[in-house]
Every structure is written in structure tokens, then in C-alpha cells.
Design a binder for this molecule. Structure first.
Ligand SMILES: [Cu+2]
Length: 386
């Protein structure tokens, strides 16, 4: 028990939230290069995007077998006691306590139990209310910093629209007149880009290309007609590698006027992927705070995947195939798969025939975004078919 003695999962995750920033992006985008100088030996650090590792965790990371596994993502070879070669490059590889596999299993179990109990937490992405003014649907968005709980006890500074990550979902009908009033309460300039929408150039939301930036304290009004149906997004287009990964994003769904060409579905779920200062998240939460999706057997579930992060995330659903029906709001020839790559900026629409009863794991299959020695984290949820 020495490795994890006195280290609860909650404390572990909370303690790892420190410097924040984009360290996690560098680490995961260029793991090999990073290993030499700054080994990312723990999952919580990846989850939190932190450059600071609690002392207790550093001690455990000094275990060559553990750090080697975490850094390279390779599985330990069964029956092998030799540390991976890469572990010898870890600066702190000194003592080699025996691996505490029971503690490892306990951490895995604790995470799953917390997830299945579905922690009470503020969630983003709810459908946004609007007001009708002279035939125009008016949406008000305020961009503001806030403290956001990513996993139980893990509080991170986020930038949020209307106090939630992701921002509230804007949903209109094809042909609707739309007005979005952005108020900037950040301490830096911002702007909103309507990603995927066919829109007048002046409304495209790119500072210095189509509009002046919206400075701190200022407002900006966007007005356009919702022309092309589909699963689109809205997000900042200013300092976006930071502003979007910190939370300035949301779904912008335009429903088609003519539904006859669109495949039938009973229930839908929008899943926005992100990576960065909040860690690896699904709808603004990391496992075990991610939202389980519960359906009745026989449901045809429409999934709207959207990637607002900086990395590709291949989302894998256990148990049942997904039928990919469209990308970026355009219907394509359907095809079946169980793992679908979602690149940054892409939206993928998939339908699942929920035929198989049970709790089915549903996660990014870049495993360093999903599971490590401390258990599952980040981009993991479940489809629960009842
Ligand atoms: Cu991923």
C-alpha cells in the first residue's frame, strides 16, 4: 500500500491541479520529446493539465515500472520485472518498491463507483432560452472567467459563456433570423465565430478580418439567418488556443426544415470533446464527473460529436456499432463502425441502435486520454441501455 498510502483519488486529483496551462497539450502531442525533461508520470497530471505534481505523487512516479508505463502508454509485459528502457531516463528512478496492484485496483474501482453514482455537479450545454424580438430569436451570451469543477474537488479557472462549460446550446430552425449579443467580461478581447454556419462575412467573428475585437467591457451584436442545417458550433476566435480550450465554446444546432431526408431517431445527445487547461473533457467534465447517457432498449440514439480541442479523439463505443450518417452538418453515405475519429473542428453525427442491455463503456481510444494506473479519467463515459 506504500505507493498510494494516504492518497485518496479525490485528493490526488485536487492536488494535481496547480499551474494549469497548456502543459498537457505539449505532453500529449509530443510525448517522446517531453519524456526526457518533464516526464508526465501520472494520469491526474494529464487530466488536469498541470505542471505541478504533489510530493506524494512524485514519490510514486519514481517507481520505474509505474513511470515507464505512464509515460509510454505501453502495458507491462506479464511476468516481466524489468523496467521499460525509457524508465532509466527518468531522473528520479531510484528505489523500486513492489508494485501495489491492489491499491491500483482500488483506485480504478473508486472512480467507477463515483461515476456510476453520477456526482452532482453543474453541467453546461443545456438548451438556451431566447427572446423573440420582431421575428428575431435573440440570444445573450456573456463571456466571463469562473471557477469550474471538472471532476469532484478539481476546480479549475475556466472561461465560460453564461457561467457554464460548454456554453449553452443554441438551437434554431433553418431559415430563422438570429441575433446573438456577446458581452465581454473577460480581461482580454474576444469574439464569436459561428463554426460551420454559412453566414454573411461581417458576422464570421474573426477579429481584424471581419470585425474589430470585442474588448473587455464591450458588447457586440451578431445578426444572420440560419441557412444550413446541421450540428455546428460557436466559439471564440481570439487567443483561441487558450480561450476555447478554457471553455468559450458551445453547440449551435440548426434543425432542418425538411426532415424527410434525415434518418429517424428517438433521442439525441451532444458530446463536445475538449482538451487543454480543463484536462481531457466530455461536455466540460472529466471522468468520473462525465455524464452517463441512459436510454431504453430499442432507442435509436443520435449522437452529435463535436471536437473543440486541439487533438484528434477516436471515440469508441463498446457493445453496439455506430452508424455515421454525416459530417459537419452534411449527410453522407452511412457507414458502420465502433470507433470514429473526430478531428478538431469536426462534427460527426452518428446513430446507435441501442439493442444491447447493460452499461457500455464509451471513451476516447487514445488511452492516455482515458485510463492509466490511477484508473479511468478524462474522456470516458458510458451508454447505459436499460
Ligand atoms: Cu482523446
Amino acid at each position: 500500500m506504500a505507493k498510494y498510502a494516504g492518497l485518496s483519488r479525490r485528493r490526488f486529483l485536487a492536488g494535481a491541479v496547480g499551474a494549469g496551462g497548456l502543459g498537457v497539450l505539449v505532453a500529449c502531442g509530443n510525448q517522446v520529446g517531453q519524456m526526457q525533461n518533464a516526464p508526465y508520470a501520472t494520469n491526474a497530471e494529464r487530466n488536469a493539465g498541470s505542471g505541478t505534481v504533489p510530493a506524494a505523487v512524485q514519490a510514486s512516479a519514481a517507481t520505474p515500472a509505474a513511470s515507464g508505463t505512464a509515460m509510454t502508454g505501453m502495458n507491462d509485459m506479464p511476468g516481466t520485472t524489468t523496467a521499460p528502457a525509457s524508465a532509466s531516463t527518468a531522473a528520479n528512478a531510484t528505489a523500486t518498491p513492489a508494485k501495489d496492484w491492489q491499491a491500483m485496483s482500488q483506485m480504478h474501482e473508486a472512480g467507477v463507483k463515483t461515476f456510476l453514482a453520477q456526482p452532482q455537479t453543474l453541467r453546461g450545454g443545456q438548451r438556451m432560452e431566447y427572446t423573440m424580438q420582431d421575428g428575431v430569436k435573440v440570444f445573450n451570451l456573456t463571456a466571463k472567467p469562473m471557477q469550474w469543477e471538472v471532476t469532484p474537488g478539481q476546480i479549475v479557472e475556466a472561461y465560460a459563456y453564461n457561467g457554464v462549460v460548454p456554453g449553452p446550446q443554441i438551437r434554431v430552425m433553418e431559415g430563422d433570423s438570429v441575433r446573438v449579443i456577446l458581452k465581454n467580461e473577460l480581461d482580454e478581447a474576444t469574439a464569436i465565430h459561428y463554426h460551420g454556419l454559412v453566414i454573411p462575412n461581417a458576422m464570421d467573428g474573426v477579429p481584424f478580418i471581419t470585425q474589430p475585437p470585442v474588448n473587455p467591457g464591450e458588447s457586440f451584436t451578431y445578426e444572420f439567418t440560419a441557412r444550413n442545417p446541421g450540428s455546428h458550433m460557436y466559439h471564440s476566435h481570439m487567443n483561441s488556443a487558450l480561450q476555447v480550450t478554457k471553455g468559450l465554446l458551445g453547440a449551435f444546432i440548426i434543425e432542418p426544415k425538411d426532415r424527410s431526408a434525415y434518418p429517424a431517431f428517438d433521442q439525441e445527445y451532444t458530446m463536445i470533446l475538449n482538451d487543454g487547461p480543463l484536462g481531457f473533457t466530455l461536455n466540460g467534465k472529466g471522468f468520473p464527473s462525465t455524464e452517463a447517457v441512459t436510454v431504453k432498449q430499442g432507442t435509436r440514439l443520435l449522437i452529435r460529436y463535436m471536437n473543440e480541442g486541439l487533438m484528434i479523439h477516436p471515440m469508441h463505443l463498446h457493445g453496439m456499432p455506430m452508424t455515421i450518417i454525416g459530417q459537419d452538418g452534411y449527410l453522407n453515405t452511412p457507414y458502420k463502425c465502433d470507433t470514429v475519429n473526430i478531428a478538431p473542428g469536426q462534427r460527426i453525427e452518428a446513430i446507435v441502435e441501442c439493442t444491447e442491455v447493460g452499461a457500455w463503456a464509451w471513451h476516447c481510444h487514445i488511452l492516455s486520454h482515458a485510463e492509466g494506473e490511477m484508473g479511468m479519467f478524462g474522456m470516458v463515459t458510458a451508454l447505459i441501455v436499460q
